[in-house]
Design a protein around this ligand. Sequence first.
Ligand SMILES: [Zn+2]
Ligand SMILES: [Zn+2]
Length: 138
Amino acid sequence: MGMRENSAVERMPDPRPGLLEKLVAYVRPEFRADVLVPDSQDPVLGTPTCAVPSCDYPVADHGICNGHRLRWRDRGRPALAAFLAEPGPPIRGRAELGCCTVRGCRYGLAGYGLCFRHRGRWGGPGGRTPPCGPPGQL
Ligand SMILES: [Zn+2]
Ligand SMILES: [Zn+2]
């Protein structure tokens, strides 16, 4: 089911001894997790996942997740089989994290190959300074 071991019982203060144990006794084991991540096949809580093989987001429409649906729409709504054959790179939130291209800066990417701070200083396309340079210059 993709759930973590329950640790809530150990962490919670016990203002009235025995009360928490009574409550937990009524909760089925599969619902005692700190964060419940239901299986996609769960008949009640499950949500089918995107038809793109590498994507685990829930289906939004046409059998694909919202991110892939937007990409499919932007391509002019081709036949779904053709889209699924070439869905493109992983969508936002599922791609490998990148590193700022400014030498010496190892913060994550915020756009245009730059971290949030360097992108702000650059000013975007047409900005006043080039996006890359030696450390401390941007
Ligand atoms: Zn998807
Ligand atoms: Zn940076």
